[in-house]
Design a binder for this molecule. Structure first.
Ligand code: DQA
Length: 140
């Protein structure tokens, strides 16, 4: 199977920002580990990151018909982007929402996701392993 992992706004700064919440590893280091995990299970994965809402929507649109599953950490867009919600609803590739942190144990505004309702499921709170668990859900 072939997967796409999409990271949204501010996630390129993982390892630099709020290390107490998101850890000290860079996104590149995390992606390398995730790629090795997926390859070890005989599957393929590609990665995309953008801070720009419209680019994330466009990438989701281009993914339609080209992947078996998408794992999406939209960052703060999760909490208010109806554009991303519509982009997910408008493709047939299943999307699993992920968060590194336990958003329910943080500020009130993080408890609401406008994306979950159009996603296949959600994995949160397990750091970089949230991505691996979400990917694994496609082949289990
Ligand atoms: C996040 C949680 C969001 O609330 C936050 O805006 C992020 C990262 C996470 O991975 O825990 O940027 O999606």
């Amino acid at each position: 199977m072939k997967f796409l992992v999409i990271n949204g706004v501010n996630l390129a700064r993982t390892g630099k920002r709020e290390r107490n919440v998101y850890g000290a590893e860079s996104l590149e280091e995390m992606n390398a580990e995730i790629a090795a995990f997926v390859a070890a299970h005989g599957h393929e994965v590609e990665f995309f990151q953008s801070d720009v809402e419209g680019e994330l929507c466009a990438r989701l649109g281009r993914a339609d018909g080209n992947y078996d599953g998408i794992v999406l950490n939209a960052g703060a867009y999760t909490h208010y982007s109806y554009a991303l919600r519509d982009a997910i609803a408008g493709i047939s590739v299943p999307v699993v929402e992920v968060h590194m942190s336990n958003v329910h144990a943080r500020e009130e505004f993080r408890r609401n996701s406008v994306l979950t309702g159009v996603c296949r499921g959600e994995v949160l709170g397990f750091g970089k392993n949230s991505y691996k668990l979400a990917l694994e859900s496609f082949w289990l």
